[in-house]
Design a protein around this ligand. Sequence first.
Ligand code: FAD
Length: 355
Amino acid sequence: MIVVGGGPAGAVAARQLAGAGRRTLLVEDADGRSPKVGESLPGAARPLLRDLGLLAAVEGGRHLVSNGNLSAWGSNELAATDFIRDPHGLGWHLDRPAFDAQLRRAAGEAGARLKSARVRSTKWSADRWRVRLSDGGEIESPWLLDASGRRAVVARRQGATRIRDHSLVALCAWGNSRSSDTRTLVESTADGWWYSAQLPSERRILAFHADADEAGRIVRAKGAWGAQLARTRHVRRTVTDASPVGPPLGLDACGSRLDRFAGKAWLAAGDAALAFDPLSSQGIFTALYSGWRAARAVDAALTGDSRLVAAYVERLEEIRAAYLQRHRLVYRSEWRWVDRPFWRRRAVGADCVAS
Ligand SMILES: Cc1cc2nc3c(=O)[nH]c(=O)nc-3n(C[C@H](O)[C@H](O)[C@H](O)COP(=O)(O)OP(=O)(O)OC[C@H]3O[C@@H](n4cnc5c(N)ncnc54)[C@H](O)[C@@H]3O)c2cc1C
């Protein structure tokens, strides 16, 4: 079995498949061009991590405990959510590269072989996949699990298309910070929304989320990112003890899905299948969960039982429907700038685009 992509979804899938006795190869493009972002993992992930046998590793890792959220959304005032009251316990601000490496190591310990290479092409012929790698290698596999993130390299080569919701670009910058307040701060503004979070190793991330056209304008105009920051009430205060290094890095952050999550002898998991607006903080959790479920479905399919594949696809449809419903509610609860393009677009409903 070949798992393409060694992020949370792929690493968990490879661990599950290897643990089930399948010869498993996890191929990760270690030369990935942009840094991994996405570091808030809610306490609700604890039971899943425990079931996956990964909780102790995460708790023992160099991640920062997250005590709660602060949010100025629909109001100038900050509302606090304290994770102390969360029955699942505190969340984390992950050291993301270290977290992904921990998961890959766990897959290796379960017996998966790890390969650092880029999948260049995939071809189905004579009842097998033939996969060509950037190191010149060619390998065969009866099934492929696509966990390659938003790129969905396997699924898209099979003709699956990505349906993208409203455009959303995250303009991210990192700085040094020694703040002891580990709550995540979210603040909406006239042209989008911000988050600011303390990270391990005395780092802080600041990210402004805007429509693609506005994000492009901000990146091109000198000082525009700082001007947006100056318009915040709360987020700008978190940089008095931080030194954000610019220019900000723009990353695609819109919610999206594949038009189909599975095909002949392939299945997609994690962001490859379903990606979320970071406001939901649900990307890593769903990647872990779907990686695990996808691997179980493939394992069953290899014995000729495709029922788990159908159940998996149905589950992803449910997750997507619940996400869309919640997403609409949250965006429509910010009513102060409905005359501004960012909020107006979100008030009138999804403008999905296939790509
Ligand atoms: C700005 C931003 C902020 C976010 N914040 C949060 C957050 O706070 N909390 C949260 O839960 N989620 C957050 N997310 C989402 C989260 O980062 C993703 O949901 C998560 O990384 C998905 O995991 P994955 O394993 O599916 O994909 P990825 O983590 O993207 O992993 C895919 C892997 O596939 C590899 N790959 C790609 N192509 C190939 C190839 N051809 N060959 C071999 N390997 C390949 C890549 O190198 C990569 O390591 C955020 C996302 C963005 C954009």
